[in-house]
Ligand binder design. Structure first.
Ligand SMILES: [Zn+2]
Length: 58
C-alpha cells in the first residue's frame, strides 16, 4: 500500500491518500486537490508528489 499525506504536498490539510499504486495516488490526489484545495496539479507538482509517496508498513 502506498500512502501520501496531503500536508507533505504543502496543503494545510489532514488528508491521507492511500492506494495500491503510485498512479492511483496521483489520480486521487488530483481529484482531492481540485475539489478541496481548488488546485490543479502541474507536472512539476506531480514530480514533487512522486517523491513524497511512501510505502506504508503493514
Ligand atoms: Zn488535502
Amino acid at each position: 500500500m502506498k500512502v501520501l499525506h496531503c500536508q507533505d504536498v504543502g496543503f494545510d490539510c489532514a488528508g491521507i491518500i492511500r492506494a495500491q499504486h503510485e498512479s492511483d495516488i496521483l489520480e486521487l490526489l488530483a481529484q482531492h486537490a481540485e475539489l478541496v484545495h481548488q488546485v490543479k496539479l502541474t507536472p512539476e507538482l506531480v514530480e514533487r508528489i512522486k517523491r513524497l509517496i511512501c510505502d506504508e508498513a503493514y
